[in-house]
Design a protein around this ligand. Sequence first.
Ligand code: PLP
Length: 401
Amino acid sequence: MVQFSDIPVVRHVGYIEVNTAFQNDVSPLKVDLIYGTFKSEDGSNYILPVVKRAENMVVNDTLSHDYLSPAGIESFSKLACRLLLGDIENLWNDGKVFGIQSIGGTGALKIGAEFLAQHMNCTTVYYPDPSWEMHGSIFSFSGFQKKIQYRYMNRETIEIDFEGFCEDISNASVDSVVILHACGHNPSGLDLSKEQWRTVAEIMKERKLIPFFDIAYQGIASGDIEEDTWAVRHFHSEGIEFLCAQSFSKMFTIYNERVGNLMIVQKSGHNIESLKIHFERIIRSIYSSPPNHGARTILQILSNPKLYDEWSSSFKAIAARIIELRKALRKALEEEVAFKKWNHITDQKGMFIFLNLTDSQVEYLRNFHHIYMINCGRVNVSGLNFTNISYVAKAINDTLR
Ligand code: PLP
């Protein structure tokens, strides 16, 4: 019989390891560029004021601790799907679009992966190289036997390798699932052009692949919540069936409330009730039903025109601040490290700057300069501020010399 003490020793890798080291570092110089969360100029965590107000309304007016149904609050999911596709009234009524409230974007990916493995006999998932670190493990924990990373970024030029991307998905077998970052690609900050999205949609249709969008940065990439859904809307207009995992963590600065939605778009809606039951069974067997507070807060904002306007217009300021910080870091690096090109810092979009450092360079920054980022040199832009940018640029110079 296996004893607990027989279990092989492992250690944290990735975010958790880096974050633990950051928390244990007592240096006053330390800089946190790890997680994709918004920070104010003084480095403290930022919460959108409209979210605080909506939370108070929920607590005062509507808070109930009854169980939600496994699929969560339907009116929340409907408004979440509307954020992605615009007017969905008829599609929703016909069962061609539906949503399932999830535990963050991670939960949406997880229940989607379980559904694809159990009911669509999918065994292969394609996801970009590089990608958000959890994509591979979510799908292998759900029984996918093959995880294949398609070429996405050329590491020499820090540009999209579009030819490689198309070649790799053109070779995928029928019914492979392909994860697509809808906007603000994590970690590269490189998004496809509309023309490139059109080509990808064509290939996916022709090869009979199953698109699984992941959207965690809607509004944050371009500053406009509609513009950032262009790819999702294009696939819909092409009549393609797909899934889309939505994370509300960053869009509402509500990370630990764990709010997300899984949107399913299908050609015919005749079997909608039974599809929902399949999802509910999956959810019952993992966590039974989702939490209430965060989703109610978001529902409050999405269903109240005044709060909605305030929330949706906040992305302009967020995107503008990100652009300002990108420009400042590029300028500081061009001054400090003139032998390298830094244009990619302002060419990339969204929350992350991809510095393309080696693991040992990232470790050096951590050990000698108390600057913390995940391997590959992915920087959370909003962890930078006008006090620490010059320190970070000097440390990068020291590291690259
Ligand atoms: N997908 C991507 C691309 C992400 O970057 C993240 C979080 O960083 C997620 C999904 C997970 O989102 P959540 O925190 O809502 O689970």
